[in-house]
Write a protein that binds this ligand. Structure first.
Ligand code: PMV
Length: 314
């Protein structure tokens, strides 16, 4: 039997914009998905991951498609494999649960079948698996889950390739994840943004320019450890996400609660229209922000960011 694990991720800047070749910044979080792979008489999948209610049912057919894509890309029939998924990453929209499970499954398969895949190869195959969930994934989720840390990621939309750069940040800050409790369908939301862009190319090119300024300034602010400004830029990024219609009543409520209770910045993260809101907090106000979110009936968690990527074992 082989065991591998990979972390979830949060997109600090650039979800959706990253699909169109703009740079985005993501970070791996502490919670991980563990994949166990063992030989068996027939194929089976046991999904014991904790979840936001309804997530696994909603994503089941996408998960079947994703695992078939992984077997194809890895050139395994997969009819004699039992896969068990577990770990402390709560399967939720926005946390990169699909990317983490793809990366962990590929690493465990590589170990069990002695394929000796490098991290780059694991990432490329995990990207094939992500197509089952995202339709046209940018690749940021699997890349972040595979390599860990803080990743500045850019998809080259002409060649289909990608660029990634690790940012070595000494900054340590806490992020609160507020959960709307709603599972979003990434394929559908990404398609909807694409049709808006086709209908209104001028508006989108203005939004892309505005976003580019935000990410350029965010990188400088992160390196200068200017958390106040990072928070301000998160708010600006959220406004753009609202403009492309991927926010929701629940996400707006979570952003409002976070800012009202002292967060330096707040935005939706990942697909949107459900899933997670992230808020940048410091030690003095993190409890107030988390409590306010919980008192309003949502789940809130504080996470450490910049965690390690895929690895064998837990
Ligand atoms: O909801 P998540 O965590 O799977 O993130 C999706 C991010 C998008 O930019 C909307 C899509 C993508 O493939 O980058």
């Amino acid at each position: 039997m082989a065991v591998a694990s990979a972390p979830g991720k949060l997109i600090l800047f650039g979800e959706h914009f990253v699909v169109y070749g703009l740079p985005a910044l993501a970070t791996a979080i502490e919670a991980r998905t563990v994949a166990e792979v063992q030989r068996a008489d027939k194929y089976s999948l046991i999904d014991n991951r904790p979840e936001t209610v309804g997530y696994k049912k909603e994503k089941y057919s996408q998960q079947v498609d994703s695992i078939q894509r992984i077997f194809k890309a890895i050139e395994l029939k997969g009819d004699d494999v039992k896969i068990v998924l577990r770990g402390d990453l709560v399967a939720t929209s926005g946390v990169g649960a699909s990317g983490a499970s793809c990366s962990a499954i590929v690493a465990a398969l590589s170990d069990e079948f002695e394929l000796g895949l490098s991290k780059e190869e694991i990432n490329n195959i995990a990207y094939e698996g992500e197509k089952g969930y995202h339709g046209t994934p940018s690749g940021i989720d699997n890349t972040c889950s595979t390599f860990g840390g803080f990743i500045l990621y850019r998809k080259d939309i002409t060649s289909g390739g990608s660029n990634m750069k690790h940012l070595d940040l000494s900054t340590s800050f806490s992020v609160i994840m507020g959960n709307t409790g709603i599972t979003s369908n990434t394929t559908e939301v990404v398609k909807d943004v694409e049709s808006q862009k086709e209908r209104e190319p001028d508006r989108f090119s203005r939004l892309f320019k505005e976003y580019q300024k935000i990410i350029d300034e965010a990188i400088v602010s992160l390196q200068k450890e200017d958390l106040e400004n990072i928070g301000r830029l998160m708010n600006k990024n959220h406004s753009l996400l609202r403009e492309i219609n991927v926010s929701s009543t629940e996400l707006e409520r979570l952003v409002e609660l976070a800012l009202k209770n002292g967060a330096m910045g707040a935005k939706l993260t990942g697909t949107g229209r459900g899933g997670l809101m992230i808020a940048l907090v410091d030690d003095d106000n993190k409890k107030d922000v988390a409590d306010a979110i919980k008192n309003a009936g949502f789940k809130a968690e504080i996470t450490r960011i910049g965690a390690e990527g895929v690895r064998l074992g837990r």
